[in-house]
Design a protein around this ligand. Structure first.
Ligand code: SF4
Length: 368
């Protein structure tokens, strides 16, 4: 067991309604319920105090939902976690926000409480694309939010960018990347739109872009981001030097983290668990459900191959007691010859073409 730990807090509120593509767990914001949620969250957090003895919380991430809807309560929650958990003084502490939220007064409060990284759900810098996604903010709101964050002292900002969305083209992606770079942000997450079952998009029959357009959009984003100094370190994540997300790297390195809140997942003391996507159940104190042991060979390889660095042989041996001979040599050769995989310097990693079809490549490697 490593002493290093992450903390993820799921804030399950959005207002006034869900975005039509969104599959994250959230319910409409109601102030009295949010107060109750914060009280129950504190109580749930206290139950883990004995298990965190000797650990060091090196990253904290408040995601959602729309965490900033909690306002000053967010700062109070972080202060509370710092009191009861061994949060490292230099921990990366992220909060997600929507550009359309009123952030100018809140961000200085959050910064003073110790938040030092802000992730903004920009999605696109084209207003027509934002409207097609059902987003309520405009591109100008993103610029205002970035300005407010800088004024509040945030030196580590990330913007989300959605790819292959309705009406989007590789050219419009290049414009969105240019806009993000012009804001001077340190990090960009670029995700392909997936129409998930149960979302408003799925119910109204919204189709995903065809696979050729998805590939064109993804490659356009990768190239444009790299050209502007954002190195790809994971399938969907790009950063200026020194600004890769420490919290998210923990997930892909199969590191441990405590997840709190309805819909949150955790991995603690070698076992995975999750809280049900059910705020009412969380408020009654229902404990998380166990998902069994985690961190085995297949899981480690599957997660590490999302990273540009891939799997390193010494780390694989140390983590799983395995070496590269665990992979089928013919399959590795076939994937390498196909341009999906690269080998060298004691590593196996996916190429960008491999990232495009990562599920299939990783599946072929693990289950030849
Ligand atoms: S995309 Fe963000 S703001 Fe929209 S519903 Fe999902 S969590 Fe809420």
């Amino acid at each position: 067991m490593s002493a290093s730990l992450g903390l993820y807090v799921h804030v399950p509120f959005c207002a006034p309604a869900k975005c039509p593509y969104c599959d994250f767990y959230s319910v409409p914001f109601a102030p009295e319920v949010a107060t109750q949620y914060a009280d129950v969250l504190r109580a749930a957090a206290r139950t883990y105090v004995p298990r965190l003895a000797g650990r060091r919380v090196e990253s904290v991430y408040f995601g959602g939902g729309t965490p900033v809807l909690l306002g000053g309560t967010l700062a109070a929650l972080l202060t509370y976690f710092k009191q009861i958990y061994p949060v490292a003084p230099d921990a990366e502490i992220t909060v997600e926000a929507n550009p359309g939220s009123d952030l100018a007064e809140l961000l200085p409060v959050l910064r003073a409480a110790g938040f030092n990284r802000l992730s903004l759900g920009m999605q696109s810098a084209c207003d027509a694309e934002l409207a097609a996604l059902g987003r309520r903010h405009k591109t100008a709101d993103v610029a205002r939010a970035v300005e407010a964050a800088r004024k509040a002292g945030f030196a580590n900002l990330s913007l989300d960018l959605m790819l292959a969305t309705p009406g989007q083209t590789p050219e419009s992606i290049r414009r969105s990347v240019a806009f993000a770079a012009a804001q001077g942000v340190e990090h960009v997450s670029a995700y392909l739109l997936k129409v998930e079952p149960g979302t408003a998009f799925a119910m109204r029959g919204q189709q995903e872009a065809d696979t050729d357009l998805q590939a064109d959009c993804y490659l356009a984003a990768c190239d444009a981001l790299e050209a502007r100094g954002y190195a790809q370190y994971e399938i969907s994540n790009f950063a200026r030097p020194g600004f890769a997300s420490r919290h998210n790297l923990r997930y892909w390195d199969c590191g441990e983290y405590l997840g709190l809140g309805p819909g949150a997942h955790g991995f603690l003391d070698g076992r995975r668990f999750h809280y049900a996507r059910d705020l009412a159940a969380f408020l009654t104190g229902r404990p998380p459900e166990g998902d069994g042991p985690g961190g085995g060979f297949e899981e480690y390889v599957m997660l590490r191959l999302r990273l540009a660095d891939g799997v390193e042989k010494n780390a694989l041996r140390a983590r799983c007691g395995a070496n590269f001979s665990a992979f089928d040599a013919k399959t590795v050769e076939r994937l390498e010859n196909g341009g999906f995989l690269r080998r060298g310097a004691g590593r196996i990693a996916l190429t960008r073409q491999g990232f495009l079809v990562s599920n299939a490549v990783i599946g072929a490697l693990l289950f030849p």
